[in-house]
Design a protein around this ligand. Structure first.
Ligand code: SF4
Ligand code: SF4
Length: 457
């Protein structure tokens, strides 16, 4: 029997904003699972099974918002730790990752593009090979032997400046080899300019290649046409297929930007996995310069329901011993298993910086040419004062309402770019997704323990 969107909306609305995933206490969150009630302890992101009676007592204290009783019960259950994250921000962390806006221009006319068709609101530009090499110098200058660094190519469309991309890659390989540093490469591309020679090059250098695809056929073409409005999906797939067949060191993944117009996530996931992508991930469109395609509350509720549908398929396949590379799920399970806890959503402005075509440094690739997040230049130096001020201001303990949210050390307070431009419209979605992933984690830990042994190794 088909479930209507209305039914999904009703059930998920309760789930995401008022139901079991809603925020009640900043330090503990209850999760009912197939293996009974569990408590998620925010400090250290640990999940503990509770006896039914203990769970009920804790639940009542949470519903009554009796924080003293909650603290007392956690001590009684022996599941407290001294705080692992305090209010101190990171200060001048080592640089581990740099993304180059190697081409601030693009041949597609995506409806929602944060980079405004690649030009970030300015004119079309390409990074000179000279500037790209200086950026590589910056990345590797203080990298110690045995460490790992990442060089990412973004745009615009990075393959619009193949010369700069290849020069920077070869140079980084040469410097890293001499210094005993492990350098990894990644590229996010629209796929329209890929050639077999690019495939050989990416394979040789072990690139993580991410292709931006927003669905199968029309669903993609509605959002990501060429600038003249012509469809792009068929042309992209024709160029990507040889790379999919070639993957050895190279991994070719798909990234789907979800808007209210392409919510068939299960169909998209199945279609892209069948095509042979190494993994497939979804991100909601939360902030667009044109406002086009931004997700509203109702769309996020539908998205959550569809993400859970994808997650259920992942669970079933994993139990059946079949690889099912749904990236959001793989990442969430890995983080829950590792007890990931962090005071920031990502490395932006910390170990990671973005470089504009002109060689200016920004908190990340999405902030290119945005003076609010500028952090020096390749030709000059990293502006430590601005960077440290950013890190102090962006710490999750400085964010509202994040300080009181049980999801804060997994979420980190949300993408800085989206929060600064739009606020936090997706908290119900984020908490609903994490709540479901905790249920799935407990279920899969019991059903397929070997998966986590391999993931940990
Ligand atoms: S942004 Fe993340 S941490 Fe902040 S309130 Fe929303 S879900 Fe919680
Ligand atoms: S600020 Fe947002 S776009 Fe930039 S690296 Fe962080 S999560 Fe990604």
């Amino acid at each position: 029997m088909l479930i209507s969107t209305d039914q999904i909306l009703r059930s998920v609305s309760r789930f995401a904003t008022h139901g079991p995933s809603a925020p009640r206490h900043p330090d503990v969150h209850m999760v009912d699972t197939s293996a009974g009630p569990h408590a998620f302890i925010v400090n250290g992101s640990q999940i503990y099974g509770l006896a039914a009676e203990a769970a009920e007592t804790l639940r009542q204290a949470l519903v009554a918002d009796d924080r003293e009783a909650v603290d007392r019960l956690l001590i009684q259950f022996g599941i407290t730790l001294s705080p692992l994250i305090d209010d101190r921000p990171i200060v001048s962390p080592p640089l581990r990752s740099l993304s180059l806006a190697i081409a601030q221009k693009c041949n597609l006319g995506c409806t929602y593009c944060y980079a405004q068709q690649g030009e970030f609101g300015g004119g079309a530009k390409a990074m000179s090979a000279e500037m790209a090499l200086r950026a590589v110098d910056l990345l590797l200058r203080d990298a110690e032997a045995g460490t790992r660094v990442n060089l990412a190519f973004l745009g615009g469309e990075p393959l619009a400046n193949r010369t700069g991309l290849r020069a920077a890659t070869e140079y980084a390989t040469q410097l890293a080899t001499a210094a005993g540093v492990d350098v990894r490469f990644s590229i996010t591309t629209n796929g329209t300019l890929l050639t077999p020679e690019d495939g050989d090059f990416f394979e040789r250098h072990g690139f993580a290649v991410t292709i931006s695809l927003d669905g199968i056929g029309d669903a993609h073409d509605r959002q990501r046409p060429f600038k003249n409005g012509a469809p792009s999906f068929g042309k992209i797939i024709a160029r990507v297929e040889p790379l999919l067949a070639q993957q050895r060191r190279m991994q070719v993944s798909a990234r789907v930007t979800v808007t209210p117009s392409n919510l068939d996530l299960v169909g998209t996931l199945e279609g892209l996995i069948t095509l042979g992508f190494h993994s497939v991930g979804f991100s909601p469109m939360l902030s667009s310069p044109t406002k086009s395609g931004e997700m509203d509350e109702a769309s996020l509720e539908v998205m959550l329901a569809r993400m859970i549908d994808c997650g259920k398929r992942f669970e079933a396949r994993l139990i059946a011993g079949v690889r099912y590379p749904f990236l959001n799920m793989v990442t969430a399970l890995r983080e829950l298993h590792a007890g990931t806890h962090r005071p920031y959503p990502c490395g932006a402005g910390a170990g990671y910086l973005g470089v504009s075509a002109d060689g200016d440094l920004y908190a990340c690739h999405r902030f290119v040419d945005d003076s609010r997040a500028s952090m020096g230049s390749v030709a000059g130096a990293i502006d430590s004062e601005r960077r440290n001020a950013w890190l102090a201001q962006r710490h999750v303990h400085r964010q509202e309402p994040c300080r009181q949210c049980w999801a804060r050390y997994l979420c980190g307070g949300g993408c800085h770019h989206e929060v600064i431009h739009r606020g936090r419209p997706a908290c119900g979605y984020i908490r609903g997704w994490l709540h479901y992933c905790m249920q799935a984690y407990v279920h899969l830990r019991a059903s397929v323990p070997s998966y986590f042994a391999v993931e940990q190794a």
